[in-house]
Design a protein around this ligand. Sequence first.
Ligand code: UDP
Length: 326
Amino acid sequence: MPRTLITGGAGFLGSHLCDRFIEEGHSVICMDNLITGDTENIEHLFELGQDRFRFVEYDVTDYLHVNGDLDYVLHFASPAAPDDYLEYPIQTLKVGALGTHKALGLAKAKDARLLLASTSEVYGDPLVHPQPEDYWGNVNPVGERGVYDEAKRFAEALAMAYHRYHGVETRIVRIFNTYGPRIRVDDGRALPTFMAQALRGEPLTVYGDGSQTRAFCYVDDLVEGIYRLLMSDVSDPVNLGNPDEITIKEFAEEIIEVTGSDSGITYEPLPADDPQVRQPDITKAKEHLDWTPQVDRREGLRRTLDYFRKQLGIPAPADGEVGSQP
Ligand code: UDP
């Protein structure tokens, strides 16, 4: 039975990966220090995964020891929402740098394959659009977002060095905006913020004039892509995301519509270094992994809406769920 360590396993993406690897028949060790993760995301796995699922509360930036063999290491530990990495700037730098070092060292010692969770943020405020993997990016290293961007850029460089120098099998996924159930309701990102505001009947806070763009990928699609990448032989970075680009203002309007809310929109100042555009070029994932996203945004939003209603304790409207009809 393959044995897999998932750091950040109690987070949004990490917990979906725990689900997937348990489903695939792996024995899974989920490691998380719970600064932004939550055991609520993995509670079901204690029963479902039975003796194949283990949770370890631990900070991956400390010396890392795992008993027994390991086949795969998925390094997903990191604050990942702008508000989180502004609140935990040092931890963000440490987990990207020191945490990746520990995870790679462990993979080397166990002869395991390591997959690094990188990010579209390595492209910064991009001057090339959409962003292909061979674009080197436009990052402000000393800006507030630099703590995340540079940590991930360093992590990629370290993974490539371990690959080239030590022959460690490494995979690098550059993850674009992803959403779905278990995204933290209060993590400050556009999607959870808008959805919670719409469901509470509060105005949606669009930053700047809302003309900046993003492209949102449903979590199940991302997990499928990550699984395919891990099992592939591609050691260079691969973008995964849904190329369906939308302005943030249109996105806010779409969430109002999908939730059936009568909220309006208010405008607030744009945060520093907020990328003006972002859209993945997924040619490489298509070619090498035969991967394209399957869930369109409205369908994904409807699925996510049920989760938000439960989290916020807001019942679906009695006369048919406005947002849940096909
Ligand atoms: N944003 C917004 N209102 C919010 C939160 C975010 O208009 O309440 C904007 C943010 O400035 C950015 C976009 O939505 O332009 C996406 O932000 P998010 O925090 O989701 O992640 P990012 O893509 O910037 O990492």
